[in-house]
Design a protein around this ligand. Structure first.
Ligand code: SF4
Length: 632
């Protein structure tokens, strides 16, 4: 596909929401000119009507506009009607959504009782066999006929009852048929939804919402963009439900969600959001709301010049090629610059929050995994020996040309140093300008524009089109924000650039405590898998299928393994969807029965039905056996 065919949003620089058709879900319409809707999913047993009703009410009170409930069988689907009745009796009209995997009969029951049904095209008509089968064209077409036969009855019921359908593709649960032809790719995800969408269109049914979720934000962003590109090409405009699956808990879950969901919202994509956290579901809506609210006034801010074409393939991750100068650019991990110039007299203790701790007794610096690479000191010089891995950036006029000291120039200055140096420029100074920098220069790019990410992106676009290959550090200030808002906004802005392979480092100015800022920076590096500094947990948010206490177990596993930098551990509540959803985990801990756990190495089962009290120890033994264990 050439870059003339890469269109996936209305406008690359100015905020413009992709206009989708309005879909009615009970009394609350989605898409069109409606605000971005917030939703979440219950974690109670669906057969426990009162517990599910009470959790739903807590979710509504926290901001949920739709509530999804799992319906793993026909019997459970029937109970959705009871849940709805009880909610209406208590004065809550929130539209309900049935979550369906493998059970068309449950879907057809639910579609008669509640407002929307979510189907997973990877498992609605297929049983996963984890086999790579080669299909001939006629076999493939026969499979499509089989899907049509299984799915059409649901579409007809939904048409009759005015029920909406979400065709919700998950990266981790693509059918063997899709995997055999398209692989584990964004294109496979899109085609998986398209197979079902074509059936709906043939039956003249359009009350449809689409999603393309993955636990890796890069894959998820690429898939949604490709879906919109294909919809644009075929004159479709179905609303989009955005989400990152198995994002995890706490700070990691929030940052990963912001990087994935926020990146799409920046380009005007998304009509409803579900943030999936391994926490009680009432904690999800407030996070989703912060993400969505950022765009309520975005279209009214000062406009940036239009960009006709993008130079970065929006459907495939590829890092921008840059010169490597010292440890910046090329294939180096993104670097971090901290600003210490505001301190009058910089002391060793000022480095502590930035990952460097000085031990007076041993006269040694300890460097942590989460540590900055450079500090900017302005006109100052330091009166103490710095750790060997740290670089000092000084204003050109005060630069001391000695080891680990580097000058920063203003844009347009003559560059008179031959080693690593920095050039600071505002986006508006560079936009549209023809310029050249020597290969030893790293650009520090600043924007204060409200629509900041696209402002940086247009400069990257210009650099790509002009073949300027100097590394770029993206600098942005976040002042006067709460910790939560800062975390989500910064993870969106930087996450979006990193997901597109742009940026060789970051400089974040903030009035929040430096440790918080550092945690966010290394969090969005981890979420975008551009710089790994900790263990990654791919844990499901839990639902009515969950077979153990996910929050408690995740904490327990975390407390034993959080020092295993770069290891990915999947913690999944059930064996029905868990193995697929943790597709790229190195190890898997999956509920397979009441009090029983199955352990995985990658996608391979290692041991089944382990009593849960022994399972964490066995997981650690497994990690040891495969050589990924290190002592703390
Ligand atoms: S993996 Fe988790 S969230 Fe997904 S269906 Fe199973 S228990 Fe529910």
């Amino acid at each position: 596909m050439s870059n003339n065919n890469w269109k996936y949003c209305n406008d690359y620089t100015n905020y413009s929401r992709f206009f989708t058709r309005e879909v009615n879900i009970g009394d609350i319409a989605l898409g069109g000119n409606n605000p971005i809707r917030i939703q979440s999913m219950t974690t109670t047993n669906t057969m426990d009507t009162i517990a599910t009703v009470e959790q739903t009410i807590r979710m509504v009170e926290s901001g949920c506009e739709y509530v999804r409930i799992t319906a793993p069988s026909k019997l459970v689907a029937i109970n959705l009607g009871e849940i709805k009745k009880e909610l209406r009796k208590r004065g809550y009209n929130v539209p309900l959504i049935a979550d369906i995997h493998y059970t068309p009969n449950a879907a057809e029951v639910a579609a008669r009782l509640i407002e929307k049904v979510r189907v997973n095209p990877g498992n609605y008509a297929d049983k996963k066999k984890f086999k790579q089968i080669d299909y001939t064209n006629s076999e493939y077409n026969a499979e499509l006929d089989r899907i049509r036969e299984k799915f059409s009855p649901l579409v007809k019921v939904c048409k009759e009852y005015g029920t909406a359908i979400r065709i919700g593709t998950n990266h981790g649960s693509l059918s063997d048929r899709i995997l055999s032809r398209y692989g584990d790719t964004p294109l496979g995800m899109v085609e998986s939804a398209m197979e079902f969408l074509r059936i709906c269109e043939d039956l003249n049914y359009h009350n449809i919402v689409l999603s393309m979720k993955a636990s890796n934000p890069k894959v998820m962003v690429n898939a949604y963009r490709l879906l919109v590109n294909q919809m644009m090409g075929s004159g479709m405009n179905y609303p989009l439900h955005l989400g990152v699956t198995e994002a995890g808990d706490g700070e990691d879950g929030r940052i990963k969600s912001a990087a994935g969901i926020g990146t799409l919202l920046e380009d005007g994509l998304g009509d409803t959001i579900r943030v999936s956290l391994t926490e009680d579901p009432e904690f999800e809506a407030p996070v989703a709301k912060v993400l969505a609210d950022r765009y309520s006034k975005r279209g009214k801010t000062v406009k940036l010049p239009k960009m006709d074409k993008i130079e970065v393939n929006p459907f495939e991750y590829k890092r921008r090629k840059t010169f490597k100068t010292a440890n910046v650019g090329g294939n180096e991990v993104p670097r971090v610059i901290a600003n210490l110039s505001n301190f009058d007299d910089i002391k060793p203790s000022h480095l502590f929050p930035f990952g460097y701790v000085y031990n007076v007794k041993d006269d040694k610096w300890t460097i942590q995994d989460v540590s900055v690479d450079y500090i900017y000191v302005g006109d100052q010089s330091l009166s103490f020996d710095i750790p060997g891995t740290l670089g000092i950036i000084q204003n050109r006029s005060e630069w001391e040309a000695k080891d680990s000291h580097y000058p920063v120039y203003e844009f347009g200055d003559d560059i008179d140093s031959s080693g690593l140096c920095f050039v600071e420029a505002k986006t508006e100074e560079i936009a549209g300008e023809e310029f050249e920098l020597p290969p030893n220069a790293v650009l520090i790019l600043t924007s204060t524009h409200d629509h900041g990410m696209p402002d940086y992106r247009r400069i990257f676009n210009q650099l790509l089109s002009d073949n300027i290959n100097n590394p770029v550090i993206v600098k942005r200030g976040y002042i006067g924000l709460t910790d939560d808002v800062f975390q989500l906004h910064a993870s969106t802005d930087f996450g979006a650039l990193l997901i597109d392979g742009l940026s060789d480092g970051v400089w974040v100015d903030s009035d929040l405590p430096s440790q918080r800022v550092m945690a966010t920076i290394f969090g969005f590096f981890q979420a975008t898998r551009t710089r790994i500094s900790k263990t990654e947990y791919i844990s499901c948010p839990s639902c009515g299928r969950t077979l153990f206490d996910l929050q408690e177990t995740t904490q327990m596993i975390r407390s034993r393994t959080s020092h295993l930098k770069g290891v990915k551990i999947g913690i999944m509540g059930c064996i029905v969807n868990g193995p697929g959803e943790m597709a790229d985990a190195d190890y898997g801990y999956v509920g397979s029965g009441v009090g029983k756990i199955t352990l995985y190495k990658g996608q391979e089962v290692v041991e089944k039905a382990i009593p849960s009290e022994e399972a964490v120890d066995k997981l650690i033994d497994l990690i040891r056996e495969y050589g990924d264990w290190v002592e703390e």
